[in-house]
Write a protein that binds this ligand. Structure first.
Ligand SMILES: [Zn+2]
Ligand SMILES: [Zn+2]
Length: 339
């Protein structure tokens, strides 16, 4: 948010969409799944207050985990805005004060410093108390209520697996309106006992609080190490194979030069080509091509150099065809289209 202000991103077409993939460092006590250093994939959409932004982020998160092989459920809540949230907090505090004796020592402190976090406490006795506590959704102003309803409608329409969690407050208190956390589908129902794979929400006041112009924003962070742990738990097979499409093989010095050039031309038009130019034997090159699972191998030998031709070997059928060298790219495109 500081970068947004500092670099005048307000002058760019809004919303500004940013991402980061970087290591993050944590000062507080490390525990299982919460290491000193971890990596996170962040998306931020700044300058748009429309609930479709949440819809888009939730969809991206859902699709991302689906694609890598993790089924998730997303817990959602709304924390309201500067208008309705203080009224709720007041009500919550007066409820909690009546139960103060039964709260854990940490929560007794939270009652003064950050009462919302009590809803988040992992102590059994505090959970019993927060289960009965007033819920923010009943205290939202009309604007926040509308916004939250629309976010949930997007989630419904996009078939995003979500559930409402009135105790979801997120660790940081800059959030406004929507907050969400992503859990493995198989995890226990009680989100407070599980470490989220990722999460996010809206932080409409943060840029203003940092001295910028009043600018709404919404974002999320997905933990890379946590996704890896989950992939291992789900025993998801990670394909080690790079998806090469074409192999360029050569035989002889002149052919090698021609193959080098062809290889670069293929790469330039976006074809994923593989090679091993230092290998002399055609057999070992074809073995490698086989291992890589390419569709076809392009073979240039001394004879082909002289004839201005090339051999195209279909790796599935094993059929080998001699074509005019000038038609190589067209033929390759034809083969890849039929895959
Ligand atoms: Zn509100
Ligand atoms: Zn507690």
């Amino acid at each position: 948010m500081r970068a947004y202000i500092e670099h005048g991103m307000l002058n760019l077409p809004q919303p500004v969409k940013l991402y980061t993939i970087a290591p993050l460092f944590r000062r507080e006590r490390p525990q299982s799944g919460r290491t000193r250093q971890h990596h996170q994939f962040d998306l931020e959409i700044i300058g748009d207050k429309n609930p479709v932004i949440e819809g888009q982020l939730l969809l991206i998160a859902h699709k991302f985990y689906q694609e890598i092989g993790i089924s998730v459920k997303i817990k959602i809540n709304s924390l309201g805005c500067i208008e309705c949230s203080p009224r709720y907090k007041e009500n919550l505090v007066s409820y909690l004060k009546g139960k103060k004796a039964k709260l854990c020592p940490d929560c007794k402190k939270r009652l003064i410093k950050n009462p919302l976090r009590i809803l988040d406490c992992k102590e059994e006795k505090c959970k019993i108390i927060s289960a009965e506590a007033p819920q923010i959704v009943d205290w939202l102003c009309e604007n926040c209520q509308d916004h939250f309803t629309k976010v949930l409608e997007y989630a419904d329409d996009l078939s995003i697996p979500y559930e409402l969690d009135p105790c979801l407050v997120r660790g940081l208190d800059y959030y406004t309106k929507t907050v969400f956390e992503i859990f493995p589908e198989s995890s226990e129902n009680d989100s407070r006992r599980q470490i989220a794979l990722g999460g996010g929400g809206r932080y409409d006041d943060l840029i203003y609080d940092f001295g910028g112009k009043d600018t709404p924003a919404c974002g999320m962070g997905l933990g890379i190490e946590r996704a890896i742990v989950q992939l291992k738990e789900n025993r998801v097979e990670i394909s080690k194979k790079q998806d090469f499409e074409i192999f360029v093989a050569q035989l002889g010095e002149k052919a090698r030069v021609k193959a080098l050039e062809l290889f670069e031309n293929l790469r330039q038009i976006g074809i994923k080509a593989a090679e091993n130019f230092s290998k002399g034997s055609l057999r070992s090159q074809l073995e490698l091509a086989n291992k890589l699972g390419v569709k076809a191998t392009l073979i240039i030998g001394q004879k082909e150099v002289l004839d201005k031709t090339i051999l195209i070997r279909n790796m599935e059928s094993g059929i080998q065809e001699e074509v005019d060298f000038s038609k190589t790219i067209a033929e390759v495109k034809k083969i890849l289209k039929n895959k």
